[in-house]
Design a protein around this ligand. Structure first.
Ligand code: GLY
Length: 405
């Protein structure tokens, strides 16, 4: 009996220790509000610079003292308009709604884009949030048309939507036939939504088939992910398990793992199928128990980066994961996922990762990594890190039932 009591005591201590480790020790009561106030100041500079230009510009990153503005076809074009929608929701200030509408509607043409898979990000973050907030019929139509365009990339033989074309650019030099990246899980939300809006189950069926094959082929036994799975278009078999943005084929690229956690959480929300939630939870468990995850919860750019502990962190992967964990926490009885999310977002909001007002090209967060193998966007601010940071703040405030304004 004594032995069992002792064992129970150790077990309890372990739980408390784990809890204390993940809970931010010193979160200020006005944490969310202070971060929103900061975002208002920073994005007021950003939007003033855009409006002064007389054009509808879309900022992607800030490198060597220069803000890079992008065309609607760029895979990141939905994030800045999406951030504007979150600013509107977080502040209630009509000024942000006006910017949201203007920058979103500049992406009209994306609904017909069929040459890559990222339209889920591009239209989901912009029109998707816009529709959720305003209910505008025009926005609904754009979402459904985009889902139709994305569905043209579905390859029944392999049961997936193809991520990248292989007839041009660096993708044509890798020997791939039909590459699918783990990031593609993020496009499914738009497909699920399109079925809900149109009543056409085609989109839902494509999304579920894609998710099932992603479980089958993209995960290792420890629930880490391969970045790129290349399928045969002849018989649907797997030709390669590769990386594109990670350190090595057998390493785990941090942002890819975050996309998996986020994407399967959404798949559970949309379908109610518990296997998707379990997949998301196990993918997160890989991160939470990884010896290379730094104490502050901000991952290195790859869990197997060669120069840990001196490797670069990827703030974007942390922001995506924090937002996903807030949602995951709503499907769980214990506080662990929320504690983890709180810990990560508190780190992101610290001086180490959050910019000072007026600096950082008027982006909110510093230190994201686009792609080290491509020598692109290394240790810089990037629009999607800001988008998921704001989304995480919004989810946190909703979970804590805070009045924002
Ligand atoms: N889908 C591209 C990225 O996460 O970098």
């Amino acid at each position: 009996m004594k032995f069992f009591l002792k064992l129970f005591g150790i077990f309890l201590l372990a739980i408390i220790f784990n809890f204390c480790q993940n809970k931010p020790q010193s979160e200020k009561p006005d944490f969310v509000k202070e971060n929103i106030d900061f975002a208002v100041e920073q994005y007021s500079f950003q939007t003033a610079a855009i409006e002064d230009s007389g054009k509808v510009l879309n900022p992607r990153n800030f490198i060597d003292g220069k803000i890079k503005y992008i065309k609607p076809q760029d895979w990141t074009s939905g994030f800045f308009p999406g951030s504007m929608w979150y600013m509107y929701e977080l502040t209630g200030d009509e000024k942000w709604r006006n910017f949201s509408e203007k920058y979103t509607e500049a992406l009209q043409e994306i609904q017909f884009l069929t040459w890559h898979h990222d339209v889920g990000f591009m239209v989901g973050c912009s029109y998707g949030n816009g529709f959720r907030i305003t209910g505008k019929k025009d926005y609904e139509n754009v979402m459904i048309q985009t889902a139709k365009s994305l569905s043209t990339r579905f390859k029944p033989v392999a049961g997936i939507t193809q991520s990248w074309n292989v007839d041009r650019g660096w993708q044509s030099e890798r020997g791939w036939e039909c590459p699918v990246i783990i990031d593609n899980m993020m496009n499914l939300e738009l497909l699920f939504k399109a079925t809900e809006l149109s009543g056409d189950s085609t989109f839902y069926n494509i999304a579920v088939t894609h998710a099932n094959n992603t479980i089958k082929n993209h995960f290792r036994a420890d629930y880490s992910t391969w970045h790129v799975i290349d399928y045969s278009l002849e018989d649907g078999s797997v030709r390669h398990k590769h990386t594109a943005q990670g350190f090595a084929h057998e390493s785990t690229w941090a942002r890819g793992q975050s996309w998996a956690i986020y994407g399967f959480t959404v798949a559970y929300r949309a379908t109610g199928n518990i296997k998707y939630l379990e997949q998301a939870q196990k993918a997160f468990e890989f991160v939470a128990t990884h010896p290379n995850l730094p104490k502050d919860g901000i991952p290195y750019w790859d869990y197997n980066a060669p120069n840990i502990p001196n490797g670069l962190r990827d703030v974007s992967s942390a922001a995506i994961m924090a937002s996903a964990l807030y949602e995951m926490s709503t499907f769980s009885e214990n506080n662990d996922y929320k504690n983890w999310a709180d810990k990560i977002i508190n780190s992101l909001a610290s001086d180490k990762y959050r910019a000072k007002v007026g600096e950082n090209g008027f982006f909110l967060l510093m230190h994201s990594v686009g792609s080290i193998p491509h020598k692109a966007e290394i240790d810089v601010p990037i629009n999607y890190a800001d988008y998921y940071f704001l989304e995480a703040l919004k989810r946190k405030s909703e979970l804590e039932d805070r009045r924002l304004y």
